[in-house]
Write a protein that binds this ligand. Structure first.
Ligand code: FRU
Length: 482
């Protein structure tokens, strides 16, 4: 397939009926299919959307272009779950089939209101000269999971002073009033986050621009979110083109978190409580969506994939996945991320960590403590000893280094093959490493720092090897139940 403007934006109903089943059959054969992470049945997945709890179950949607591993005409795929672990595919929920979203039903969020779910998303439209128009579209989903778009769009265009790069509404409610944060760009090409207010979900008024520090804006802000944890606001956003001087990051674009003291919605004033940090110190996290769940937890899901980078699965006509669901907590103004407690149900029989653990089944997990000042090297591999994912722990320097240059399938090399996270030196180091065939999620010191990424070996990994002072390590390995 040649991916040009025409093929990328072919309406779904103009594709031959046989296209998707053929692609899906090819994708199902891939040795890199993950066992428990959400992934597209064909084509490209990107941002999580509309993460919510409604009608007695969890709802999650994601951006998808089902016809190929490229950013084409986007729709919302819908999945539901009772336990945040096992997901049921509900099919396409929002299709790009109206004049307000003809070139993509882009990212958005959802809020349960009465017995329905209110959704707001960006309708991406290109005119004959390929000029962009961005509408913010409202939609309602009932308990039957059918989505009905509201016409006309609830927000017709960006306010004066901003470009048409105006997208990714994040809905939230405070004291019975509704708000939306929207990613934006000033006409001088500086990133911005705009706040809208509504009393009734129909009439939306521009409240103002968030007072983000000038150094934190880049040229465009995508996917802004705000959650409240223990009464403190936490802002999560993707400032494209952020200067590396502001924040040391190596990925093409960063996903940033900023813990706040307060967020005054009337003044559109966010008061930070600390420095901005990279949400994830690994290779592939972007477009994280978080929300305050009705059970009191702040939950988040990330896109594991980055824009503008080719991945080995492209050749198999699929790309990317979503992270496990993570719980966000705060301690001393620092954001911690951990897989939700429900994740433990995937653990099969425990076995102790040792120099060599065989018989792993592609998806597994290890959790261990390395004594202070000790070092250990971990290899995640198949039976083929030439290729592996390397994880180096140094409890003297307080570093965790992940190197994917020995996996045999290099990709994204322009952005480096190694990532290093810094934690406290001269202290015990705690690691929880989750491997699911072609993805790793690494949680360090109880979620103080996370490192996430894709890696592609010749086959699903079945071995874990440890080198160094193995006696300084105490912990457990579990295969994950299928
Ligand atoms: C982020 C993003 C969003 C946009 C969506 C389109 O990855 O570019 O800003 O709404 O993807 O799929």
């Amino acid at each position: 397939m040649i991916w040009n403007r025409e093929t990328r934006y072919t309406p779904y109903n103009a594709w031959p009926k046989s296209t998707l089943p053929t692609l899906e059959a090819q994708v199902a054969q891939s040795k890199w299919r993950m066992q428990h992470h959400l992934q597209p049945t064909s084509g490209l997945l990107n941002d999580p959307n509309g993460f919510s709890y409604f009608n007695h179950q969890w709802h999650l949607f994601y951006q998808v272009f089902p016809y190929g591993p490229v950013h084409g005409l986007k729709a919302w795929q819908h999945v539901t779950s009772k336990d945040l672990i096992h997901w049921h595919d509900e099919g396409l929920a929002i299709q790009p089939d109206s004049k307000y979203d003809s070139h993509g039903a882009y990212t958005g969020t959802a809020l349960p209101v009465g017995d329905r779910l209110f959704i707001m998303y960006t309708g991406n439209v290109r005119d004959a000269d390929w000029n962009r128009h961005s509408y913010q579209i409202g939609a309602w989903m009932g308990p039957d999971n059918q989505v009905e778009k509201v016409t006309p769009p609830v927000i017709d265009a960006a306010p004066a002073g901003y470009t048409t790069s105006f997208r990714d509404p994040y809905l939230f409610e405070r004291d019975g009033q509704y708000y939306a944060l929207i990613g934006a760009q000033t006409t001088t090409e500086v990133g911005a986050v705009l706040l809208y207010h509504s009393a009734d979900l129909q009439q939306w008024d521009f409240q103002g621009e968030l007072n983000l520090p000038a150094s934190l804006r880049g040229f465009m802000v995508e996917c802004p979110n705000v959650v409240e944890i223990d009464g403190q606001p936490v802002l999560i956003f993707c400032p494209q083109g952020l200067p590396q001087a502001t924040l040391a990051y190596e990925n093409i674009y960063p996903n940033v978190s900023l813990v706040g003291q307060s967020f005054d919605l009337d003044q559109v004033n966010f008061t930070p409580a600390g420095a901005p940090t990279q949400l994830d110190a690994g290779f592939d996290v972007y477009a994280t969506e978080a929300f305050n769940a009705p059970d009191g937890r702040a939950l988040a899901v990330s896109w594991i994939g980055l824009p503008e980078i080719a991945y080995p699965t492209d050749a198999e006509n699929w790309a990317h996945g979503l992270s496990l669901v993570k719980e966000l907590t705060l301690k001393d103004n620092h954001l911690y991320q951990n897989p939700v407690a429900e994740t433990a149900q995937l653990r099969a029989t425990p076995q102790p960590v040792q120099a060599k653990v065989n018989d792993l089944t592609g998806a597994f997990e290890t959790e261990f403590t390395l004594a202070a000042d000790e070092q250990i090297r971990l290899k995640v591999m198949t039976a083929d000893a030439d290729h592996y994912l390397l994880v180096d722990l140094d409890a003297q320097a307080g570093t965790v280094t992940i190197d994917r240059s020995h996996t045999g399938r290099p990709f994204g090399e322009k952005y480096g093959q190694i990532r290093r996270a810094q934690v406290q030196p001269h202290a015990e180091l705690k690691l929880r490493l989750i491997i699911d065939v072609s993805v790793f999620e690494c949680y360090i010191n109880n979620g103080y720092t996370t490192m996430t990424g894709r890696f592609f070996l010749d086959d699903a990994p079945t071995q874990l090897q440890l080198a160094g002072n193995v006696a300084a390590v105490t912990g457990t390995v579990w295969n994950w139940l299928k």
